[in-house]
Design a protein. Sequence first.
Length: 192
Amino acid sequence: MPRSSATRPLRRMADPATADGGARSAAGSGSAARGPSITPVRMGVVDVPEVADLEREIFPDAWSVDSFLAEVERRNEIGLPLVVRERGALIAYAILWFIVDEVHLGNIAVRPDRQGTGIGKAFLRWILAEGRRRGMSLCTLEVRPSNVAARALYESFGFRQIAVRRRYYHDNREDALVLALALDPSAESRLG
């Protein structure tokens, strides 16, 4: 079955330093080594089985196929499910929600054999640029305290902890750290 037009590339991110209008993140400010170029596309129904398989491989409390299908059916102005492919192979995916002036990163994952290669950093940079492009002031997300690699990535971009959701994760009742990043300097005061 051919992919629908909904899976066309959204915007190429060949130069992350200029993709968000010249704004720089805390990570890589002044760094020449920006990592790989990625082309996120909107997730389609045909992507869901592969995304769900990767989700189960990575996360102990994996989202269901139905959860991903619901995201694919969501309107663009409310949510944006994304995939990144390399030579046809799924290497990463993310789920974004747009709530008033906030982009919430509901889910992001990189295939295990591609972790540590800059794909996650490039994808996060693209997501933050997309939030700015849509006029969002904040980006928020939840992360496990035990997910040291993810926390280091988020902190390298300047995310700060703003809250804790107690016993958030169902598999082991681990807390979730709520992290936020001001995408617009005027939102900085909202982070406390």
